[in-house]
Write a protein that binds this ligand. Structure first.
Ligand code: FAD
Ligand code: NAD
Length: 483
């Protein structure tokens, strides 16, 4: 123990002030638990607020405005080519995150949650040490319970992990130092496609390299197809089933060597963004001094109540497993706090929405056709193309599809996939439908405002129900004839 270090005795310490951590801390305080929140960064908000969801969506909004201004000519509205002020865009984005961070600080203050700045390390299952810096002294915390919410960080690829201003990860890509003329994006997943879209709209010539044979692996192909077509028009090249085998820094940029059927042997780029996944922050925080079990991928193993195998420690968010999404972290934060307050709360949600905020957006929840096929689960699908949606036509963006997957016996809604503008907002109704155990008829008889894109969920369900009714009528007719 370092002499002079203060020790605080608390009911609950939350380690990590991201969306999982601050949600848990606020809910715990609300339920009467004395809570402190330890965060290593100067401001709370985590990856989501400072280098993830929020800054990327701010930049994607700018990209959408640029793209929309280009397409407006198709309905007779002409804009001049956009003039880009990168400094102003960067400060606007920063302003958004600063305001939101201030909001979290304010909420913690009014809830009585003390924020301690520093890096926490578990000494054992009851104590942790917080390593301070110039602005905050180091201290020790004795806790009854801890919630681990330390999040995740980008995966680094061997041979692509050297220090260079030209080599970006999602954090440096979001800092928007400049707009490179030629950008290589390694990884055709969430970050690769979202950030690739941003830089393409800002004027970069973007090349995407994806190791598997399709963008967004795991997502239903009929949802990805319209996005892949749109991106083919925006990106210079998309190389599938391709790997970057070497990356070499040269005077004029980074030269990447490729191995893949359509890719050139090598090409020079001004900058390279590596976005090949994230790994949990479960190492270097003293978990070996506790009873917490960590799996082969580095995730803290938790049960439905977010409890780890250490009875005093719970874990939530990215550090506790897939999918690594902010809204999952937030829901788990609520659950963990309620469990500690003695409530019968569980992370037993049936559907976790996923949204890729590209143009068009892709969103899904519940079961996917890919999952159903792999798991031998019988599902029926109803699809509604947006070319038949009045609202999509008025937006001059009729490319899209809404797909409802349901149990063919009971018509219970099991999954929904949507591709099209604002799919990320539309998926909310589908999540609620699945949580409430809705059947197709519930979506059909619910009045949807007209004309809206939300109607496509009702239309897809109506089409499915009509099809089932026709099938039933035909079967009854056959039965009658046989009799
Ligand atoms: P984090 O947000 O990672 O927060 C963990 C916090 O813990 C950090 O602030 C960190 O500083 C702190 N910490 C770590 N170790 C310690 C320690 N030892 N002591 C003290 N503090 C510590 N998800 C979505 O749902 N929607 C999106 O649109 C979206 N976009 C994204 C875009 C990008 C570019 C990226 C990278 C991610 C995106 N995500 C998105 C994922 C989302 O950011 C994460 O799922 C979410 O932030 C996880 O929340 P968390 O609370 O588990 O951890
Ligand atoms: P990802 O898992 O979404 O995509 C990584 C992609 O890289 C995959 O398609 C994978 O096949 C590919 N890949 C892996 N190794 C490769 C290699 N050597 N060469 C070429 N391609 C390779 O990961 P991400 O894009 O880094 O994002 C990380 C996580 O952050 C996501 O899984 C998601 O949980 C979260 N996120 C969410 C959002 C959102 O909700 N809109 C946005 C960004 C990030």
């Amino acid at each position: 123990m370092v002499i002079g270090e203060m020790t605080q005795d608390v009911d609950l310490v939350v380690v990590g002030g991201g969306p999982g951590g601050y949600t848990a801390a606020l809910r715990a305080a609300e339920l009467g638990i004395k809570t402190v929140l330890v965060e290593a960064m100067p401001k709370p908000g985590g990856v989501c607020l400072h280098m993830g969801c929020i800054p990327s969506k701010a930049l994607l909004h700018a990209a959408e405005v640029i793209e929309t201004s280009k397409h407006a000519a198709s309905f007779g509205v002409h804009f001049e080519a956009p003039k880009l002020d990168v400094d102003a865009l960067r400060s606007w984005k920063q302003g958004v995150t600063d305001k939101l961070a201030q909001g979290i600080v304010g909420m913690c203050k009014s809830a009585g949650v003390e924020i301690i700045r520093g890096r926490a390390t578990f000494q054992d299952s009851r104590n942790l040490r917080v390593e301070g810096d110039n602005e905050s002294p180091s201290s020790r915390i004795k806790f009854k319970h801890a919630i681990l919410a330390t999040g995740s960080r980008p995966v680094k690829l061997r041979g692509m992990d050297f220090e260079s201003d030209r080599l970006l990860d999602s954090t440096s890509a979001l800092s928007l130092a400049d707009v490179p003329k030629k950008l290589l994006v390694v990884g055709g997943g969430y970050i690769g496609l979202e950030m690739g879209s941003v830089y393409a709209a800002l004027g970069s010539e973007v090349t995407v390299v994806e190791m598997t044979d399709g963008l967004l692996p795991g997502v239903d192909r009929d949802l990805v197809r319209p996005l892949a077509t749109a991106l083919a028009g925006k990106f210079k090249a998309i190389y599938l089933s391709t790997k970057v085998t070497a990356l070499k820094e040269e005077k004029n940029g980074l030269t990447a060597s490729f191995e893949g059927k359509d890719a050139p042997a090598s090409e020079n780029f001004d900058k390279v963004l590596v976005a090949v996944g994230r790994r949990p922050n479960s190492d270097g925080i003293g978990l070996e001094n506790t009873q917490v079990t960590v799996d082969a991928h580095g995730f803290a193993v938790v049960d439905e109540q977010c409890r780890t195998s250490d009875k005093r420690i719970l874990a939530i968010g990215d550090v506790s497993g897939q999918p690594m999404l902010a809204h999952r972290a937030m829901r788990q934060g609520m659950v963990a706090a309620e469990v500690l307050a003695g409530r019968s709360s569980a992370f037993d949600n049936r559907a976790i929405p996923a949204v890729v905020f590209t143009e068009p957006e892709v969103a899904w929840c519940g079961i996917t056709e890919t999952d159903a096929k792999a798991g031998g689960i019988e599902v029926a699908a109803a699809k509604f193309p947006w070319s038949a949606s009045g609202r999509a036509m008025t937006l001059a963006e009729p490319v899209g599809q809404t797909k409802v997957l349901f149990d063919p016996q009971t018509t219970r809604v099991l999954g929904v996939g949507i591709v099209g503008p604002r799919a990320g907002d539309l998926i909310a109704e589908a999540v609620l439908a699945i949580e409430m155990g809705a059947v197709l008829e519930d979506l059909v008889v619910t009045i949807h405002a007209h004309p809206t894109l939300a109607e496509t969920l009702m239309e897809a369900s109506t089409a499915a129900l009509s099809r089932l009714e026709r099938q039933a009528a035909r079967a009854a007719e056959k039965e009658k004839t046989r009799a």
